[in-house]
Ligand binder design. Structure first.
Ligand SMILES: *Cc1c(COP(=O)(O)O)cnc(C)c1O
Length: 305
């Protein structure tokens, strides 16, 4: 069984045990770049068109050159095929600003600063799905709420914070998860200074009450989630009322259930919140199935807007 697949953006399959990055890659120096994480299931990348569309949106937020989505699609398909259909895989699309001070020879002649930018580094990497993922799907997760220390008003007024983009600068998100682990929790829900619910370090928060699903709006500085989008599309067809609305930490406790949604884990029910046990609602398996169906569906680039 292959346990690692690496494909360069030009579609060439690389040896994952050989170095790929230069020491002066700005992705390594500054975490300056964007990424996508995609579930490979039955040898296929789930909801790939939505991931391509968000990659483009994130790149735009960082003033990176517009990604060639056709090339990315081919590289992703090659990687998924190499990975095979035997096991699920976690596929990452990585796009960094490129090498510090190294410009392409054709572009270096240009006088326009934007065109003198380095050539971005771009590749696709597939690795096995982490062990914790299976447990999160079946047993749910224990979660603590942590302050992100920012107001929901900040995002529209501070575009340099890149709050709606999936950037490679995840050191603080990883620190929050380590902090949670020290508190014997599996995951985190960030809150704003107004105690409004934001998102997880790698997931979207969805609250369920009767036949209603609610998630915080993107304008509050959360990343628009693909798994959440897929759930809402499926749930609306099945007669659920789906809303983008703000809610508070206190609303989590009184909800029928709370979910963390992400492309690889898909749906993890919050089983414990700040030490409080939350029992599964009757509709738990229905929600899981709606997510599964949603991500398996064929999406187009235009579905992401
Ligand atoms: C990736 C991510 C999400 C949502 O995940 P999807 O894979 O789009 O479902 C939400 N929040 C953060 C911070 C993320 O990094």
């Amino acid at each position: 069984m292959v346990d690692r697949v690496l494909v360069a953006l030009d579609g060439t399959v690389r040896d994952p045990d050989e170095p790929l990055l230069y020491a002066d890659d700005i992705g390594a120096l500054r975490g300056d770049g964007v990424f996508e994480t995609v579930l490979v299931r039955d040898g296929k990348p789930c909801a790939i068109e939505l991931h391509l569309a968000r990659l483009r949106r994130s790149a735009e937020a960082l003033d990176l050159p517009d990604p060639d989505l056709g090339q990315w699609r081919t590289a992703v398909e090659t990687a998924a095929k190499e990975w095979g259909s035997e096991h699920e895989g976690m596929l990452r699309m990585i796009l960094t600003r490129g090498r510090d001070g190294v410009e392409s020879t054709t572009r270096a002649a240009s006088r326009k600063p934007a065109e003198r930018a380095p050539v971005p580094t771009a590749y696709v990497l597939v690795v096995p799905v982490a062990e914790r993922v299976h447990k999160a799907r079946t047993e749910g997760v224990s979660v603590i709420t942590l302050s992100r220390g920012i107001s929901v008003d900040l995002a529209p007024n501070a575009p340099w914070l890149l709050l709606g983009a999936k950037t490679l600068s995840y050191a603080t998100n990883m620190a929050a998860l380590r902090f949670a682990a020290r508190m014997e929790a599996d995951d985190v829900i960030y809150t704003s200074t107004e105690h409004r619910v934001l998102e997880g370090p790698r997931s979207t928060v969805v609250l369920q009450r009767d036949k209603q699903l609610i998630t915080p709006p993107a304008r509050h500085g959360v990343l628009p989630g693909i798994t959440q989008r897929a759930l809402f599309a499926e749930a609306e067809r099945a007669g659920w009322d789906c809303r983008y609305e703000s809610f508070f930490t206190a609303d989590l406790i009184t909800a029928d259930s709370v979910w963390l949604l992400g492309s690889v884990t898909l749906a993890a029910r919050v089983a414990t919140l700040d030490g409080l046990r939350m029992s599964p609602p009757e509709c738990a398996s229905e929600i899981t199935e709606l997510v599964e169906r949603g991500v398996a569906r064929t999406w187009s680039l235009a579905d992401w807007s």
